[in-house]
Write a protein that binds this ligand. Structure first.
Ligand code: PLP
Length: 437
């Protein structure tokens, strides 16, 4: 197979990456078990304990923990197992704040605007069910959004009397354009539209929507509206988070919900929500926070919770948690910072581009994900003529390639090259599909 973009995948700045690494990354680099030049893609791959006889291309489902994350979890687990109460008392405030800070730094938002959750699903559910919607308000979403958004909005509409409207973002995903997507949304917005709820990278087709252009168009509509009638933009961001470089402000949304246990390769069972100033005023918590002192202190004094003052900590669901996983979050952000976010983004796009190119050369395969890197990220979806996606995934698994099927009414086969995959693995996948298709 000729891979014309091969040269784009050369490692650069690898040594500098390791030198700039945090203590756990430097420690990991120093250990013989982590083979490869520190910072190289081989080195990144070896930070994961993934079985070497398989091609793991389902990063979008659930993370394998890279070594620095694994080590932090083990350290905290040991501390909690030895002396749970005193370890918690000594560490909880500091380490939980550090996790929120690391997420805020990564997204370019103040940590007081970041809530910690278990998952994308929890974040989406908390935000949409906590939104102050009035009867008669309209919530706008798309047919292409995922179950988590649809179901959260259905529950929110049922509870508040708001109406729910779905539109199609495109006629054909392969031919979708930025202008078409933006104009379909703006022309669907009506006087009562109060929320536009979207997904950054669709897990069915791999389409990445132009969030900042959509936010700018919504901003123009909002300029002519009173504050309480303004439209908020919510985003299930999970399949762009840990891949793309945009900050929260670059995107321009009000609610950014993502699990950390997919492309970020953070601890399983962790997630974040970033909320704009306007968003904080429009949403209220559903689950009591354990990290908002004002509310807790008021309760201790038998007083009412102070009005207003919503924040990321107040939106963070309380209760005792698998703390060792939350406390290991900074290691995941640090690893991305140390490898370089631009390098992670370029690597993911390059591998996905190579895969699309290779699949495009095979007869009988229809690639659904747009080729344009501005309209796609790491998810690559395709169909094999005449064969159900489940059957293709089974055949790939028999060849040691872990793909998955998009759980949508119209299913596709999905492969998700990420920073832990290699060019050779893309070639293996292409060779397997050449036999299968
Ligand atoms: C678009 C989308 N949102 C949310 C989820 C669920 O994410 P989490 O496991 O973080 O709740 C998935 C898939 O697992 C997804 O594809």
């Amino acid at each position: 197979m000729s891979l014309s973009r091969r040269s784009m995948l050369k490692v650069s700045g690898a040594a500098a990456v390791a030198a700039a690494g945090g203590p756990r990354v430097q420690e990991a680099a120093a250990q013989e078990a982590v083979r490869g030049e520190p910072g190289s893609w081989g080195w990144v791959r070896n930070l994961f304990d993934l079985t070497p006889d398989s091609v793991h291309m389902s990063a979008m489902l659930i993370a394998s923990h890279p070594r620095p994350v694994r080590q932090a979890i083990e350290e905290h687990r040991r501390g909690l197992d030895l002396d749970p109460v005193r370890y918690l008392e000594r560490n909880n405030n500091r380490l939980t704040a550090a996790a929120r800070q690391a997420a805020g730094d990564y997204l370019g938002v103040h940590s007081s605007h970041v809530a910690l959750t278990d998952s994308t699903t929890m974040g989406v559910g908390l935000i949409y069910s906590g939104l102050r919607l009035r009867p008669g308000d309209e919530v706008l979403t798309t047919f292409e959004d995922y179950y988590v958004t649809h179901e959260s909005l259905r529950l929110a509409a049922e509870r508040t009397g708001a109406s729910l409207r779905r539109i199609a973002l495109f006629d054909s995903v392969e031919e979708a354009t930025e202008d078409e997507i933006v104009s379909r949304i703006t022309s669907a917005i009506g006087p009562s539209t109060r929320l536009v709820a979207l997904t950054w990278v669709h897990s069915s087709t791999g389409l990445k929507i132009p969030v900042s252009s959509i936010a700018a168009a919504i901003g123009e509509v909002n300029a002519g509206r009173d504050e309480e009638d303004q439209i908020l933009l919510g985003l299930d961001a999970v399949h762009g988070f840990g891949v793309e470089e945009e900050t929260f402000f670059d995107l321009g949304c009000d609610f950014f919900m993502a699990g950390c246990h997919k492309w970020l390769f953070g601890p399983r069972g962790t997630g974040i929500v970033a909320i704009s100033e306007r968003g904080l005023a429009a949403v209220r918590p559903s689950i009591p926070s354990f990290t908002d002192d004002a509310v807790f202190t008021a309760w201790l004094k038998g007083a009412d919770a102070p009005p207003g003052g919503n924040s990321g900590p107040r939106m963070t669901p309380g209760g005792f948690k698998p703390f060792e996983h939350i406390w290991a979050l900074p290691e995941a952000f640090a690893l991305h910072g140390q490898i370089g976010r631009a390098r992670v983004a370029a690597r993911t796009h390059d591998l996905a581009g190579l895969l699309k190119e290779a699949l495009g050369e095979l007869s009988g395969i229809a690639v659904r994900t747009p080729r344009d890197p501005d309209l796609s990220a790491g998810i690559v979806s395709f169909d094999v003529e005449g064969t159900h996606p489940d059957a293709i995934v089974s055949r790939l698994r028999r060849r040691g390639i872990v793909a998955s099927v998009a759980p949508y009414a119209v299913p596709h086969v999905r492969l998700t090259p990420s920073m832990r995959n290699s060019q050779d693995e893309i070639e293996q996948v292409a060779a397997a599909l050449r036999e299968i298709a």
